[in-house]
Structure formats: C-alpha cells, structure tokens
Design a protein around this ligand. Structure first.
Ligand SMILES: *Cc1c(COP(=O)(O)O)cnc(C)c1O
Length: 465
C-alpha cells in the first residue's frame, strides 16, 4: 500500500458524506454500548496498514456521528461548515504549522492578522483592538478577563502577574443572572472566583436591567468588571449595551462583551441596532465555529487595551527569538496556548468565499428561518413561542406542560428528521431551536415544522389515551 492511500480513502468518503448530508438522519444511530463494541479493541503490537485504519475507523465510528453540519441540526448553538472552510481546514492539517511563533509559520501569522482585521471591520470592533484566535468563546473569555484583571489591578499598583491574587484588592463582576456558564468558568480559572459575581436583575427575555446595573455600579468602589451579553444562548436577546457602557467607564469599570454568536448581528444593517454601543466596550469574545460556519474549533478574543492583553497573556523565553518592537506578530504573545493550531486559515478562506454580503446573508437567512419556525409553530393550538424572536433562537412550549414538552423533544430527536434539544428557561421546560447553519433553507424549516407538529400530535394522543 502506498502512503497516500488513506487520503484517497478520506476524499472518497467525504464526497459521499457531504452528498448525503441533506437526507441523512440527523441523530447518531448507535448508543454507547454499541459504539464501545464497535470501537474498543486491544492496541495491537504491530501497527495496521494506514488505509485499513481509516476504513475501519469510518466503519466503526460512522453510526455514532451526529450530523451537526446538517441543515436541519438546530441543537445548542452549533454552526456547520462549508466546503471551502473544510478544504482550508485540511490544508491547515497538511501544513501543520505551529502557529505560536512567526518563525515557525510566517503565513499562519500573517493570515491571522488579515482575517482578524476583516472580522473587526464586520463586527464593528475598533481597528486598534488586539486580537487572539482561540479555541472557543470559553478561552476568549479567559483571555479577555485576564486582560481586565491585569488592567484593573495595575491601576491600583498591584502586579497580579508577579504577586498573584493573594492579598490583592478584591475584584467584583457585575453581570445579568442569565450569563453564560463559560463566563463563570473563566472567573474560576483566573482565581477571581464565582463568589465575585454580583448578579444583576434581568427582564423576562434575559436582558440585564440597566437601572439595576447602574445602581449596583455605585454600591462599591471595588475594581469592577461588567460582563454584558450579545445573544443569550436561550432567547438570543441583547443586553442594553449603550445604556450602561458610559456609566460603567465613568465608574472605572472594564466592560466585557460575550458575543459568541450575537456579535455577528453587526454584519446585518437590519440587526445591527441590537448592538448599539458594542464598539465602546473594552473586550469582545466571539466564535467563528458558530455563525461563521468554519469547522471546530475557532473563536476570537479582542481587546481595546493591547498593552493589558499582552502583559496578561504574553510569554517571554530566551529560545523563542521573539522580541518587542519586531514587525512580525508572534501569536503566543496574545493567546493562552503556546503551541497551537493555525486557526486563521479556515476563517480567511470562509470570509473570502462569502465576502461581506455573504456573511450578512448567512446571518439574515438564519434569522428569517427562526421567524419562520416561530410563525409555523406559534399559530398552532397548544403551542406557545416563549421568547421574542429577535435573532436566530426560538423557545417553544407545548401545552404549557413541562413533561409534554420534554416528551415532544425526545420524540423529535428519535425521529431523526431534525435535531434540537430542550432547555429550562426561567423555571419552565422549553424546546430550543437555534438556526446557525449557513445551509439551512426555508424548505428545511418547513420540513422540520411538519416533523415537530407530528411529534406534538403523537404525544398529545398518547396523553389522551
Ligand atoms: C456557545 C457560547 C459560549 C461558549 O462558546 P464556546 O465556543 O463553546 O467556548 C459562550 N457564550 C455564549 C452566549 C454562547 O452561545
């Protein structure tokens, strides 16, 4: 067998996988026991032939693959990928650059500069902001909040990089009660701790109440981080950024924005008013693997205070041959990782293939599809759309009944026409739809609405018998 056969095997398989995606059941067909039986084996003493390895891995794993890139996958908030971003991802692995240092991958470094600049333009982030390509919004929060921690404590004469947090002036974090769990996890990683969170009241959609935030700001002179949200993971709602950002700055606070998917509303003139004030915050976290539809994993952190970002995150060692003032950009001066994947290639390729108008179209089409779901379901007797559908998220309740709602979700998942999941929204069980795939069309929505209605009617009948 020659060396390139495993690649030919993958290319053949990829073609049939992509061509079948529209009709493939969205759920995984095998459960954990079946998958262990298929995949668990003793590690052989002698290695196997490479093409056989790939063929057997496909055979073993295929039934446990969820078609998350299907145009009818509406679970969590998970974007798909495009053929161009997938092809760029294959090149990323082919070149296998260690994108920590310019010297180890000059093109990887420059392509991150360029793609990062394009994203700043699309998302209305000021051009002077520093940037880091990271794995997900989780690590984007970590990066941004490390910069915030540095900035606030340095102002008080405390060197957190040298002296840690023991004995440091305590920080507090003001955020709406509906903040994403990755925010509190970043605070755990940074030693700020979840106990530093001062929750601020939210309205029924999950938006921070600006009056409550503003009055809490004045309660204490502790150094303060305000964490706002653009795109709540359940309702898709936006915090009123413009109403609070100036006051937060006057109080000396750092304002961080979780815009994992919602920040992409900036790409659309119809939607961008939701983000009013977002260009004035101090740091931004967003995903590329969600709404930009590049393969996992890919996200960005931006910071309006490059010096704080670099001081908090950068690394210096004699053998690395990077020094301040060079024109080249070493990615590890900005990213929490040391060795790392060259994440810029997929983003660069996807943006070039879509163009500005293409990004706008993806975002607007997803939002249109979300409204179509809301119209198709909300008019049916016994079905209630719980949220204001301002973006790509729809929350649905069946028969005002938690148990019925759970059962409908389970039946839909079993059916395989589409996939979505349940959630609990302000104490009640809901079915959650997220339209984040660039390939989803109105026809996919109509077919999914039909499948959802069929599942609801079947569960209703079960209720009556
Ligand atoms: C998805 C999401 C996150 C976490 O992003 P990852 O890329 O999974 O790390 C954070 N906040 C919001 C609002 C999200 O939707």
């Amino acid at each position: 067998m020659s060396d390139h056969e495993p690649l030919a095997e993958v290319e053949r398989y990829a073609r049939s996988f992509l061509d079948g995606l529209g009709e493939r059941p969205v759920k995984a067909s095998a459960g954990v026991d079946e998958l262990r039986a298929l995949l668990d084996r003793d590690l052989p003493e002698e290695g196997l032939d490479p093409a056989t390895v790939i063929a057997e891995m496909v055979k073993g794993a295929e039934s446990g693959v969820v078609a998350t890139t299907s145009p009818r996958f509406f679970g969590f908030v998970i974007g798909g990928h495009s053929e161009v971003s997938l092809a760029a991802d294959w090149l990323t692995s082919l070149w296998d650059q260690n994108a920590g240092l310019f010297a180890a991958g000059p093109s990887a470094s420059v392509i991150e500069e360029v793609a990062g600049r394009w994203i700043k333009e699309i998302l209305r982030i000021p051009p002077h902001a520093s940037l880091a390509f990271v794995t997900g919004t989780q690590m984007a929060h970590f990066t941004c909040l490390a910069a915030a921690r540095h900035h606030l404590l340095a102002q008080l004469g405390w060197d957190v990089e040298a002296d840690g947090l023991t004995g440091a002036p305590p920080l507090r974090v003001l955020t709406g009660g509906e903040y994403h769990v990755t925010v509190s996890r970043a605070l755990r990683f940074l030693g700020i701790g979840t106990g530093s969170i001062v929750p601020v009241a939210c309205d029924g959609q999950g938006r921070v109440r600006s009056d409550d935030l503003l009055s809490t700001l004045g309660d204490s002179d502790r150094p303060t981080i305000v964490c706002l949200q653009a795109g709540n993971v359940n309702t898709g709602c936006f915090d009123p950024i413009a109403d609070v950002v100036d006051a937060a700055h006057s109080a000396g606070a750092w304002v961080h924005l979780d815009g994992a998917f919602g920040l992409w509303a900036a790409a659309s003139p119809e939607l961008s008013s939701l983000l009013e004030g977002s260009e004035d915050v101090d740091s931004w976290a967003t995903d590329a693997h969600k709404w930009l539809n590049v393969p996992y994993d890919s996200a960005l952190a931006f910071c309006a205070h490059p010096e704080a970002h670099n001081q908090a995150i950068g690394v210096h060692a004699s053998y690395l041959m990077h020094s301040k003032g060079r024109r080249e950009r070493d990615e590890m001066d900005w990213t929490p990782e040391f060795s790392r994947r060259a994440r810029g290639f997929t983003v660069y390729a996807q943006l070039l293939a879509l163009g500005r108008s293409g990004v706008r179209e993806v975002v607007e089409r997803c939002c249109r599809c979300a409204r179509r779901f809301a119209e198709g379901l909300g008019h049916e007797r016994g079905i209630e759309v719980v949220n204001d559908v301002v973006l790509n998220q729809v929350l649905v309740r069946f028969g005002r009944d938690d148990d019925l709602t759970r059962r409908v979700v389970r039946r839909i998942q079993e059916d395989g026409t589409l996939w979505l999941s349940g959630s609990v929204w302000q104490g009640t069980q809901v079915m959650r739809i997220s339209v984040s795939n660039a390939g989803t069309t109105e026809a996919d929505v109509d077919r999914s609405v039909e499948a959802i209605l069929a599942a609801f009617r079947a569960e209703e009948r079960r209720n009556q018998t």
